[in-house]
Design a protein around this ligand. Structure first.
Ligand SMILES: *Cc1c(COP(=O)(O)O)cnc(C)c1O
Length: 429
């Protein structure tokens, strides 16, 4: 067993002064038990904890670190920038550069507004859709996570799924009374809502690839049908691309699937590891945002120059090196094949879902295609597996319902090592 005494000490100190000892619930390891590892530094594909244990990192800060940690090109751009000041509360060239860059890379984005997190991006995009359409109701899907804005905290995925409390305390019923729930990959559930709430639905928000109930792929025509239903009913389609943006390819899921949403939300990758989010889309829709239009939205630190610099540096590397996507997608495929092979050889009651550099190993042999099938997973076995893998230096998300993220810093050798540990697990169990 690894020595984790320093992490243990830190966990005890943290628990006294922070709720659950953390600033974001999944970090507390409640779903898997054991001691969260306090990370001291990271380099490439590795994380190092306070006890100097080394892990192959399959989270990449939940997505942002697509180039691996501490990429020298990004870090040196940030270092240089920071010497000119950390925040001005006034417009900068970098914000224009960032907006032009995203608009040039993603065809469905004609105008964009930078914010500070994915949560803020979603909250603002939904407000914009409501402002533009003059309607209140919003359709979201069970198991899709869109951050922790009040309206979205109903049958959410991610931490809200493992804690077993899909609806948070402190969210007044009025805040979610206009949030309608549909079933992922079930077009009829959406059609029915459009019939019942005719001319009242402002938007449909969806993770084009769900990645917060574990990775769940959109089935044939699911996204196309959402596009059609929105068009027929005068509602807007919002792709929440906080994970898929700049990950499934330079134009994200909308580019990958060839579907144009009206609005799109970003976070994670676009900040290069800094706290950044953004929402953008059709020019006419974004024109209702203040000060051009009547939908208010603001931010003291929005478009922060250091954060913009980190994001621009990372996005430019991705733009200029398309082989990065070929590489990480191939690694993802290699990883999934390896897992499938192990499942078959050991008749493990598991299934693996994935696309590009994303995947999830579910501890259920059912096909996982929505919230209910994801929830069939045996989370107790997942917890056991997680701790076995962690102790051998494989760092996964501490919940069954998270994704594995492959970065361009990973190698086949890393994945072979992880697969071999995985095989040991299924051999013994
Ligand atoms: C992470 C995530 C969010 C929330 O982003 P934060 O930066 O954590 O607020 C929203 N939507 C999706 C799809 C996410 O994965």
């Amino acid at each position: 067993m690894m020595d984790i005494s320093e992490s243990k000490r830190l966990a005890e100190r943290s628990a006294r002064v922070m709720p659950g000892g953390v600033n974001s619930p999944v970090r507390a390891f409640n779903a898997v038990g054991g001691t969260p590892r306090y990370i001291k530094k990271a380099e490439g594909r590795y994380l190092y904890d306070e006890d100097n244990n080394k892990y192959i990192d399959y989270i990449g800060s939940w997505g942002p670190m697509i180039l691996g940690h501490n990429d020298k090109r990004v870090v040196s751009a940030v270092k240089k920038r920071i010497e000119s000041g950390m925040s001005f509360g006034a417009s900068t060239r970098l914000e224009t550069d960032m907006a032009e860059l995203i608009c040039s890379l993603v065809p469905c984005v004609e105008m964009i507004r930078m914010v500070n997190s994915g949560t803020e991006a979603v909250m603002s995009a939904v407000r914009t859709a409501r402002g533009f359409t003059g309607r209140d109701k919003v359709i979201k899907f069970e198991g899709c996570y869109h951050g922790h804005a009040d309206t979205m905290l109903i049958k959410a995925g991610s931490g809200a799924m493992t804690s077993g409390v899909p609806n948070s305390l402190g969210v007044p019923s009025g805040c979610v009374s206009d949030t309608l729930l549909a079933v992922y990959n079930d077009v009829k559930s959406v059609e029915d809502l459009f019939k019942v709430y005719k001319d009242q639905i402002a938007c449909v928000i969806v993770e084009p690839v769900a990645a917060n109930m574990g990775v769940v792929l959109p089935e044939d025509n699911f996204l196309q049908s959402l596009r059609r239903l929105c068009d027929e009913n005068g509602a807007l389609l919002i792709f929440d691309e906080v994970i898929t943006g700049f990950r499934l390819g330079i134009a994200g899921a909308s580019g990958y699937f060839g579907i144009k949403p009206d609005l799109v939300t970003y976070g994670k990758i676009i900040g290069g590891g800094m706290p950044v989010g953004a929402y953008g889309g059709r020019r006419d829709v974004m024109s209702v945002v203040s000060p051009l239009g009547g939908v208010y939205q603001a931010g003291t630190l929005s478009g922060n120059p250091v954060a913009m610099q980190a994001g621009i540096a990372q996005l430019e590397i991705l733009r200029d090196n398309p082989d990065i996507y070929d590489n990480i997608n191939a690694l993802g495929e290699y990883f999934r094949r390896g897992i499938e092979d192990i499942i078959e050889r050991y008749s493990a009651p598991c299934t693996v879902n994935g696309i590009g550099s994303l995947l999830t190993l579910f501890f259920t042999s059912e096909k996982v295609r929505d919230y209910n099938t994801a929830a069939l997973s045996d989370t107790a076995i997942f917890a056991d597996y997680f701790n076995f893998m962690l102790d051998r230096g494989n760092y996964f998300g501490a919940s069954q319902f998270e994704a594995v993220f492959v970065s361009s810093a990973h190698t086949r050798e890393d994945i072979d090592k992880t697969l071999s540990d995985m095989e040991d697990y299924f051999k013994v169990r």
